[in-house]
Write a protein that binds this ligand. Sequence first.
Ligand code: SF4
Length: 493
Amino acid sequence: MKNTKIQYDKLDSVELYEDKLHEECGVFGITSPGADNLAKNVYFGLHGLQHRGQESAGIASNMYGNINYHKDMGLVQEVFNDDIIRALRGDICIGHVRYSTAGGGGAINSQPLVVYSKKGSLALAHNGNLTNAQMLRDELEENGYIFQTTIDTETIAALVARYLKDGTVEDAIHSALNRIEGAYALVITTANKLIGVRDPNGLRPLCLGRLTDGKGYVLSSESCTFPLQGAEFVRDIEPGEMVIIQDNEVSSRMFHPGEPKRVCSFEYVYFARTDSRIDGRSVYASRIRAGEILAKEDDVKADLVIAVPDSGTAAAIGYSHGSGVPFGEGLVKNRYVGRTFIQPTQEMRELSVKMKLNVLEENVKGKSIVVIDDSVVRGTTSGKIVKMLKDAGAAEIHMRISSPPVKHSCYMGIDTPDRSNLMAANHSIDEMCKMMGADTLRFLSVEGLKESIGFGDDICTACFTGDYPVKLTDVKNKLINHEAERSFVGEYD
Ligand code: SF4
């Protein structure tokens, strides 16, 4: 056992945001034959996916085979303005938002990536993480390829460029997909096609929409972007499917058939917006159900159920349904905190949670309270919240988490702290409860999580169970030099 005492007063405000797993990227693409400027649609699409990545944003558009692009560090509204959007002309356009992890940050690693080749140019945007990227990179470098970035997306681009010599762009992408392992949702623009690809296990989401005027199609990481586009949901891209959209016609080809479906369960727990549907399942409904099941698995007597807003709200409503304990507000979120550039002085550290959350004292004073949060990663925020509620006069705090304990690193596109920093990987639930200062602590069971999503075993639960759905080639080959990965290598020898 290590880190038995977390020094809550020594955490800076950034850690408020960091005490969650983070989605690494969102992708978006649109085509409408004859349209002149679809970049504004992509701008709004990326805005709707901003929760999936806040570090960099980029848009690439295709005008008669010429790819123009703009990408930079920052939020979507910081990276683009009217002049930039107007200059990105063309009738096929893709975009990307990124939260940097694999490959590191910096403008050089922002996407879309553009590949120039004699057989034509293409731009590519990727959400996910390859688990054999380093092995492939080493191989490509040995064959003379010089990489411009440190992201594994360039490995896909390099493979596509290599195979472009031999056939159509779909054939080249297909050949590249035969080499890569891991998780990926890709949107690609070529001279005359918009292409979408989802990994064989369906780990990362990707869905198809149709413009309601019948003049085009949209691909998006999440369906929440469709209403603003004037698009209707058509379907999710199947695991192991490539869709090709050309001249307003959609065709499809499958690759790696027979792989088990393993949709990322954390999309339902926290990543995805509550107004999205993934693989036919409403994210909101799954969170409500998780709360109901958590209540069914529980026996605590309490006066009030409150949520850690906003991500715990749906599960807290579900818990209230399931337990009969009334739901109310106990924590109010300041919606305008955003990113802070103020230096984390001691005073700021003291204020960090209070900058983001306030307690409604009159609702919590003297009461026994169930507090619902979606997950515990480092556990740093939970302890601060318990302290704030107790300082405000709450009699008892029962922390209830609407997902199982996060004990393992994700290698499939989600930023996970080193295992040494995952609270549940290093402590028993009783120890975690004591460290948070709560009266009791309970988590949703893995079976409860499966029931809440409703796909049986067709979900990935690796960060809870260590049962990985993909080969971890780079981990096994010890090609990843990262503490979290190193701590796991032994399990895969
Ligand atoms: S391990 Fe699986 S369930 Fe967990 S975040 Fe990664 S892909 Fe999602």
